[in-house]
Ligand binder design. Structure first.
Ligand code: ATP
Length: 338
């Protein structure tokens, strides 16, 4: 008998509601029964509960264990920390997984197939900043053995499960000898337990150059939090932009799926956002729920629609709306599932 899933949904701010509406069309097309329990955070959290991350929202994610969310806007005013960072810390979502793969016709680089494994809980995102004297400030980069080992293990386990061949740790240990040095030492230690997977290291500036000149050499990238953030957007550019890259934040108990892009306030409400990243993010969620056939169909539907070159949102050089792209993908998924 088909399973009924309950998943917490945070539509988010900016283009969030538009792309979530398209994501729901694709869920319906897969035939998988998912009941979405809606929760609020970000700007909507403030409007509804006077809190960017209300306790009710956290409780609902913990209850269902799995959530999918659109982008959240962190108010620029002083006193508001990043909600995304807070959510990842509160739920111990230590692994940020972002598959970046080339698509037909829209990707400037044809042979990219990279999994970004970004540590999600520490580094310069520790939020520890202070002024030590007028005109002199410090932001603290925190790297621990526990968190570095945990993300390295996750990366190697992922590589083993998905038949990936190389894990490359990205670092700047020549300058940050202690912090990045510890991150590397943990990765080296973990790598010893996986003799079937090649382990490499690359300095972050060289890695950025190599990613732009020869991205096909990379397989799984293992990165600290800040390098992971920057390299994720770089890699999104290799395959056609932020509208195409999904993501998942995974912990021991909970998982929250969200695409790489932000709330894109410049195009919000215009109906022109690209829903593909959000729909591929749904694909990752389906994989997490072990609904592999549906997950595969979602990914294949994106490939087929882009190959046909009939429907393209403006970020991909076309004129179609977010809704038209969602409709096309839902129709394709339906065809593939039957
Ligand atoms: P954040 O700091 O939250 O990551 P940001 O301001 O760095 O946000 P985005 O909100 O992701 O970045 O937007 C960067 C650019 O990419 C904007 O011009 C935006 O319109 C575009 N963009 C982002 N997501 C999409 C999408 N799904 N479809 C089309 N364009 C997008």
């Amino acid at each position: 008998m088909a399973k009924n899933y309950r998943v917490t949904l945070i539509e988010g701010d900016g283009i969030g509601p538009e792309i979530c509406a398209e994501m729901k069309k694709v869920v319906a097309a897969t035939g998988i029964k998912i009941q979405f329990d809606e929760a609020f955070a970000g700007q909507k959290g403030i409007e509804k509960c006077n809190d960017t991350l209300p306790d009710k929202t956290l409780a609902l994610i913990k209850k269902n264990r799995v959530a999918i969310k659109g982008p959240l806007t962190t108010p620029i005013a002083k006193g508001f920390g990043s909600i995304n960072v807070l959510l990842r810390k509160k739920l111990e979502l230590y692994a940020n997984v972002r598959p970046v793969k080339s698509f037909p016709h829209v990707s400037p680089y044809p042979n990219v197939d990279i999994i970004i494994m970004r540590e999600n809980t520490e580094d310069l995102y520790s939020g520890i900043e202070h002024e030590i004297a007028p005109g002199v400030v410090e932001s603290i980069k925190v790297i621990t053995r526990v968190a570095s080992t945990r993300i390295a293990k996750y990366a190697f386990e992922y590589a083993k499960r998905n038949r990936r061949k190389i894990v490359t740790a990205i670092h700047k240990a020549n300058i940050m000898k202690l912090s990045d040095g510890l991150f590397l030492a943990c990765a080296q230690q973990v790598a010893k337990s996986y003799p079937g997977i090649e382990y490499k290291e690359m300095i972050v500036d060289n890695a950025c150059m190599q990613l732009v000149t020869k991205p096909s050499q990379f397989d799984v990238l293992l990165l600290e939090n800040l390098y992971g953030d920057i390299v994720s957007d770089l890699c999104a550019g290799l395959v056609g932009g932020l509208g195409l890259v999904p993501g998942g934040n995974i912990g021991k108990k909970f998982a929250v799926f969200e695409s790489v892009h932000g709330s894109a306030p410049d195009i919000a409400g215009k109906g022109i956002a690209n829903p593909i990243a959000m729909i591929l993010t749904l694909g990752m969620l389906l994989e997490y729920l072990n609904e592999s056939e549906a997950a595969q169909a979602v990914r294949q539907a994106v490939v087929n629609v882009l190959k046909a070159q009939k429907i393209k949102t403006p970020d991909l050089g076309g004129k179609n709306s977010c809704g038209e792209m969602g409709d096309a993908l839902a129709a394709e998924v339906k065809k593939l599932i039957k």
